[in-house]
Design a binder for this molecule. Structure first.
Ligand SMILES: Cc1cc2nc3c(=O)[nH]c(=O)nc-3n(C[C@H](O)[C@H](O)[C@H](O)COP(=O)(O)OP(=O)(O)OC[C@H]3O[C@@H](n4cnc5c(N)ncnc54)[C@H](O)[C@@H]3O)c2cc1C
Length: 354
């Protein structure tokens, strides 16, 4: 069986981002890489969005960028600007195509369906397959979205809606999210934060139909694309192994309070590429410990006070937009952290510390 210098288990967002980063920086000129990916074909399966707080390799896969967004609670709407750090959406179809086309040109890179097809004894492994604990207490951000097309101009495509909490919360946290790609096309998602135990939250199609027809008042539309997913708001329990490093969701790249992962994956890939020559002795890349601490408190508050969360999210945006975006994108200074914390209901948060 064939041997490789590096193995990437899982050719999804993290696996392919890392392979691409290594390839374009000539780290695979004299080294071989095997990517283990069971899927039969790559096609668009997700849209990844984030505030562009740092450069990344995928500007040409951007479907749309926005400089303004809104957040709604019943009877109130806040407009927020993000011109310095635009919110971007990446089309996963374009992302996969770009990377696969590039990697195909490198004969040192090979794809396999199963790890059993290769000899792993002398390789360094980057693993992106998460070992997720099944516990009824764990929180998930679960959602379903449809990309719709209307026959008349309907959307203001300069402004996206980050969170519309003006909807049934069912004792959990629920909001709609709308990304208008043009005046006639938008992705509309229904998003819940819950422990996934209540099946009545999962009639996503009904929720979307009701929101589109009765809240947005769109009667005529067709559905071009659908995405459904669940992001764990807890860390996977992958066990540390010699000559192996976890990446992506498996490598704790998800911000637990928000589910944002894509840009963290890009930073992790850059870090690994910078240290690849000495990878066996390199420290694991991790998000700043302060966010783990703050996010854990935030999730405890969320679990115990779901009804208060819409107000809490809304109030957070009373801070200057740069401050909130830096905080949500793991870029905040201590002053910005304090500014965010000062907008939170203190007693509720303090109670979770003890
Ligand atoms: C629908 C959806 C939308 C999201 N939107 C956003 C967003 O807007 N912004 C954001 O920041 N984050 C978002 N996320 C979170 C995160 O960015 C994505 O989940 C991202 O794909 C994580 O990358 P990953 O490589 O860790 O996992 P994946 O991309 O899921 O890759 C894992 C890969 O491993 C493969 N695999 C599975 N089992 C095996 C096995 N046994 N052996 C080998 N390979 C295997 C899978 O086929 C897959 O290709 C979203 C997540 C989902 C599910």
């Amino acid at each position: 069986m064939k041997e490789f210098d590096y193995i990437i288990i899982g050719g999804g967002c993290a696996g392919l981002s890392l392979a691409y980063e290594l390839d374009i920086h000539q780290k695979l000129k004299d080294k071989t890489l095997a990517i283990i990916e069971p899927r039969d074909e790559y096609k668009k399966d997700k849209t990844w969005s984030f505030w562009r707080v740092t450069p990344h390799n995928f500007d040409d896969c951007i479907k749309k960028s926005w400089g303004t967004f809104t957040i709604n609670i019943p009877k109130n709407t806040k407009h927020v600007e993000c011109l310095n750090t635009p919110y971007q959406t990446i089309d996963s179809g374009l992302f996969y195509q770009k990377i696969i086309n590039k990697l195909k040109q490198n004969t040192n890179v090979n794809f396999f369906k199963s790890i059993r097809e290769i000899n792993t004894e002398n390789s360094f492994v980057f693993n992106s397959v998460s070992d997720l604990e099944e516990s009824k207490n764990n929180l998930w951000q679960h959602f379903s979205g449809i990309e719709i097309e209307t026959n008349k101009d309907f959307f203001d495509d300069e402004i996206f809606n980050l969170m519309d909490f003006d909807c049934d919360q069912k004792d959990n946290v629920h909001f709609f999210y709308t990304l208008p790609f043009s005046k006639t096309k938008a992705l509309i998602e229904t998003t819940w934060i819950s422990n996934l135990n209540d099946n009545s939250l999962k009639d996503y199609d009904k929720q979307l139909k009701n929101y589109i027809e009765n809240k947005l008042k769109i009667k005529n539309y067709k559905i071009n694309f659908k995405e459904t997913g669940a992001i764990p708001l807890f860390h996977p329990k992958n066990i540390k192994k010699l000559n192996q490093m976890e990446i992506g969701t498996a490598g704790n790249m998800t911000r637990l309070s928000t589910g944002y992962t894509f840009l963290n994956i890009q930073e992790q890939s850059r870090y690994i590429r910078e240290n690849i020559e000495n990878i066996t002795k390199t420290k694991i890349f991790s998000l700043d410990k302060k966010y783990q601490f703050l996010d854990n408190i935030f999730l405890k508050v969320l679990k115990n006070n779901p009804k208060k969360m819409a107000q809490i999210f809304y109030k957070m945006f009373n801070c200057p937009s740069n401050t909130v975006i830096n905080f949500l994108s793991n870029r905040s200074s201590i002053y910005e952290d304090i500014s965010i914390i000062s907008k939170m209901p203190k007693w509720i948060f303090l109670k979770q510390l003890f």
